[in-house]
Design a protein around this ligand. Structure first.
Ligand code: SAH
Length: 348
């Protein structure tokens, strides 16, 4: 039987609230600073790790609070160095996060939801349906785990974070923002906002909200088609969130933030591999300064979607580059362990 508990989750408390708690017990405010530092900057997993607190103080904290932390239960390494973590959350649910090493960077790819509600036809995570949002600390802890692995396995610091794991970050906006605040704070991981990219299916009203909030991180939009009919047929979100609305929201974003956008785009055989689609993408790219990542397709089914050949990719590249749009072909990483884009589905 699980014991009923009235203990509060200490990681839900702001520094001020921890200070108030200590003040109420006649403890010095700097104790709260120390605890806060253990909780975030030093990522303590239990109260006993807080060695600059007296035994008595640690016991007192244990009596009043719980300290939740994710667990990296299984780790798989790809032949290309990519690491995939199966992460058990506070309630036992599982998400995945990925460490992607390149010559210059080590990137953490983190999840924001358990499953996903968006039902993009080409994505394995869609098959899981959305179960729940991740809390800010569950997001933060994924970054901490990958940061430790970067040092342990590569002897290098974590350089970048992308919200390209499971889920739609803009449908868990408040928690994603709260996690990013801690990740970028000096009291947290002190990482630069410009090294963080939030990838979205392109929810117009949330892009406008981000612009109003004057966020400092980058955005990427999973576009995949710049013609409504095609986009709607593969991404149901497009039915209620048309390309025109998305374009307007991006114009607003640029006007407010002066930050360009990256479009993620897969070219599939028979779906978007002709000149008409490439020209539509070019037109869309002209709305605001942008660049394009042509992502390699990672098969998730028996063949409804197939990666287009090099001719189609070159056709896209030539057209976009000729018009000054920086375009890169992104080879997938970690495919052998189902860690690549769109393959996260808690398979192992
Ligand atoms: N929901 C957000 C975050 C997920 S990011 C978003 O849509 O952007 C995952 C990225 O991988 C997205 O760009 C998505 O479109 C892409 N993707 C999904 N399934 C894929 C697959 N099978 N092969 C390659 N890329 C895929």
């Amino acid at each position: 039987m699980v014991e009923a508990t009235t203990k509060r989750d200490i990681r839900k408390l702001k520094l001020e609230e921890i200070k108030d708690f200590f003040a109420g017990r006649g403890e010095k405010p700097f104790r709260a600073q120390q605890v806060y530092e253990w909780l975030w900057h030093k990522s303590a997993k239990d109260f006993d790790q807080m060695t600059n607190l007296s035994f008595g103080l640690r016991e007192m904290l244990k009596e009043n609070f719980t300290l939740n932390h994710i667990n990296v239960d299984r780790m798989q390494r790809s032949a290309d160095g990519t690491i995939k973590n199966a992460v058990t959350l506070f309630d036992g649910m599982v998400v995945e996060s990925v460490l992607i090493p390149t010559e210059k960077r080590i990137t953490a790819c983190v999840s924001s939801q358990v499953g996903c509600s968006l039902a993009c036809k080409f994505c394995a995570t869609a098959l899981l349906k959305r179960q729940r949002n991740l809390t800010p600390d569950e997001i933060y802890d994924q970054v901490v785990a990958i940061r430790e692995q970067a040092q342990l396995y590569f002897g290098r610091p974590l350089t970048n974070i992308v919200f390209m794991g499971m889920g739609e970050p803009l449908l868990n906006y408040a928690n994603v923002i709260s996690a990013i605040e801690k990740i970028t704070s000096q009291k947290g991981l002190n990482m630069a906002s410009r090294r963080i990219t939030v990838s979205t299916v392109g929810i117009a009203k949330m892009i406008m909200k981000m612009a109003d909030d004057n966020v400092k991180f980058n955005i990427a939009v999973s576009l995949h088609a710049a013609l409504d009919q095609t986009r709607s047929s593969i991404m149901p979100i497009n039915d209620t969130n048309s390309l025109a609305e998305l374009g307007d929201a991006l114009a607003y974003w640029y006007q407010k933030t002066k930050k360009k956008v990256t479009y993620e785009y897969v070219v599939w055989k028979g779906i978007n591999d002709n000149l008409e689609h490439a020209e539509a993408l070019l037109r869309f790219c002209k709305i605001i300064p942008s660049k394009v990542n042509l992502i390699e397709y990672n098969p998730i089914d028996a063949g409804m979607f197939q990666q287009a050949g090099d001719d189609a990719l070159n056709m896209y590249m030539d057209l976009l580059e000729r018009h000054g749009i920086t375009t890169r072909v992104r080879k997938s990483r970690g495919k052998d362990i189902d860690a690549a884009c769109g393959q996260l589905a808690n398979k192992t």
